[in-house]
Design a protein around this ligand. Sequence first.
Ligand code: SF4
Length: 311
Amino acid sequence: MNTFAVATLQEEVRGLARERGAVILAHNYQLPEVQDIADYVGDSLGLSHQAQATDADTIVFCGVHFMAETAAILCPDKTVLIPDPDAGCSLAASITAEQLRHWKSQHPGAVVVSYVNTTAEVKAESDYCCTSGNARAVIEAIPADHQILFLPDMFLGVWLERVTGRKLTIWLGECHVHAGIRPADIQLWQTEAPDAELLVHPECGCASQCMAFGNDRTHILSTEQMVRFATQSPKQRFLVATEIGILHRLNQEAPGKTFEAVSENAICKYMKMITLEKVRDTLRDGKHEVSVDKDIADRARLAIERMVAIA
Ligand code: SF4
């Protein structure tokens, strides 16, 4: 699509959102042209806060399915629409509620902490949810004598063990996009870009190894923390190890600074399933409503509200 066609479609989408009284929320990994029509762009935690805070009756959620589900659980009186209901997540798919019930039965009394990248059914079996932005605070809020089952991301789990000093029992799941960013990618940049700050997401396959570099220009951060860090830092050049959609937001929020992807292949095909045309169709036709069974939603809400409460 050429620039004019994109701008025309964006105008149409904004017009439909106004007519419908809808708020558009977009994740940091969305396509740039989708981020640009959103009322709010952020990470999972930020989007959950925005879903709760909005007065709009309709939320159009530009992200993957578990995120829209989380909004639907937090806002049972609102209509939550997703432009493509098939936008899944390899990490969320790495554990089912049945697998979690079996795991829990092997560890009676353990506290279950689920990363937000899980289905509603898995959240309903969990004591706490967390995002990469508050995972450390959630772990630290749990008394030291409690066993913790952490799921589903093993790289985030290993990183949490390092930063909290707690031994966790970790589910061996991974996000194929972040797992694909390997220590060798980072090692290369360490030597080839000595003037750059390195921003690494804790889901990455290299995150725990990065901590071992022990230098002060390597930072393990959630995407929201990356944006804050880059805008506040006096440095000019940043290498970014996460899904490359975040580069658009970084460029918008810290103009004049240089942001480069550690791996150009770090692209989430699920996030990119949300296109402007699909956002337009969703708003125009009111389609792809996301709803969660009440009993599951009520149980999942407890874990999600604990996540939202721990900043
Ligand atoms: S980047 Fe990974 S964790 Fe995020 S939505 Fe895509 S598959 Fe899931």
